[in-house]
Design a protein around this ligand. Structure first.
Ligand code: 3PG
Length: 383
């Protein structure tokens, strides 16, 4: 894999750079710019070498959203650099606008998932994009588990390089490929289809696996508990392979939203006490206590995805457990803590905890897949 350090001059060369700026947006404004900040060293390296930087990035899954909030955010980080958003999907227009760029300027192509063929890794689309640039750089670790055109198609057609964040992720996460024992794996959030297949792998490598977030609702339901009106994923693969495994732990208590004669309230209840009208919104304090006790005995904790319903602001148990993990990391035990996932990063940054863990990965599903397989399709494509 070629690294950016090998590059000398790039005067007037066009660098196509795949970045992952899929970050939380609230009211048209970037909520947490962790992934954008993480891409700055690569952007600066390329602009300082005189390249015209053309950014390929996505937001959301369906290609309907715009990268305008991310472009505005980037402009606040590097106010002296010209940054433009390219909205056209016509290659002649794009070529013309690239010609008009000066060295060190940045053009952001609006949401690469707008193109039919991006997700299918279409050959023609790859060759159209390749014709725009002189080199290709992948600094999008967190989407490098997707065999998309901008991840695996383009590097086949241009001299290709690993970006600085991608290198950093590989270096740090590789240290957990042969896990220190005891190893606790915590899996929360949603995105069932990505996470469930990996769960089986972790059940074999970890000593304990805790399932929280929306994923836990499926587990609780399958165990026969009432989950009321809680979010359940109907497409979740069968849990049979992991449900009865003794290593797999689920919440022992949960926070529910309940409406009764006293109005709408939140309660911490035992999982057996959830009622038909309840909505589970977080794990409860006893579960956090149990996990804190388990952590005290571990040498490695890998954590991906919040424990509660993050999108609705239920982050208390996640923050409490992150604090416990932070003290464990810095304390006598020196537990290796690897935390990842876009939503988890957001909680970490809002609580100013970014420096309290061994490594905060920019990836969610990508981090899990890298730790399970030791590589990703996007990394292989650079070799
Ligand atoms: C992520 O947020 O995990 C990455 O941007 C990948 O997004 P995706 O799951 O929509 O491919």
């Amino acid at each position: 894999m070629q690294t950016l350090k090998k590059l000398k001059q790039l005067k007037n060369k066009v660098a196509l750079v795949r970045l992952d700026w899929n970050v939380p947006i609230a009211d048209g404004v970037v909520g947490d710019g962790f992934r954008i900040v993480a891409s700055l060293p690569t952007i600066k390296t390329l602009t300082e070498k005189g390249a015209k930087v053309v950014v390929l990035a996505h937001t959301g899954d369906d290609g309907k959203q715009t990268l305008l909030p991310m472009v505005n955010y980037l402009k606040t980080l590097i106010p002296n650099t010209v940054v433009t958003l390219e909205k056209s999907t016509n290659f002649d227009d794009i070529v013309q606008n690239i010609v008009l760029m000066n060295e060190g300027d940045i053009m952001v192509i609006d949401n690469i998932r707008r193109w039919k063929g991006e997700k299918e890794n279409d050959k023609q689309l790859a060759s159209d994009f390749a014709s725009l640039g002189d080199i290709y750089v992948n600094d999008a670790f967190s989407v490098s588990h997707r065999a998309h055109m901008s991840i695996v198609g383009l590097p086949k057609l241009l001299p290709s390089y690993a970006g600085l964040q991608l290198e950093k992720e590989i270096l740090n996460l590789s240290s957990a490929l042969k896990p220190k024992k005891p190893f606790l794996f915590i899996l929360g959030g949603a995105k069932f289809e990505t996470k469930m297949p990996l769960l089986k792998k972790y059940v074999s490598t970890a000593d304990m696996v805790f399932v929280g977030g929306a994923l836990a609702n499926n587990f609780l339901k399958a165990k026969g508990y009432e989950v009321g009106k809680s979010v359940i994923d109907k497409n979740t693969p069968p849990l049979s392979g992991v449900l009865k495994n003794k290593k797999v732990l689920t919440p022992i208590d949960v926070i529910v939203n309940r409406t009764d004669s006293r109005g709408k309230n939140s309660w911490a209840v035992n999982v057996a006490e959830v009622q038909k009208g309840d909505t589970i919104v977080d794990v409860g304090p006893l579960t956090v206590k149990l996990l804190t006790t388990l952590m005290a005995k571990t040498k490695l904790v890998v954590w991906n995805g919040p424990l509660g319903w993050y999108e609705k602001g239920h982050t208390k148990s996640t923050i409490d457990l992150l604090n416990a993990l932070a003290s464990q990391t810095k304390g006598k035990q020196k537990t290796v803590s690897i935390v990842g996932g876009g939503d988890t990063e957001d909680v970490i940054n809002q609580s100013n905890m970014a420096n309290k863990f061994t490594f905060v990965s920019t990836g969610g599903g990508a981090t899990l897949e890298f730790l399970a397989k030791g590589t990703l399709v996007g990394i292989k494509a650079l070799k």
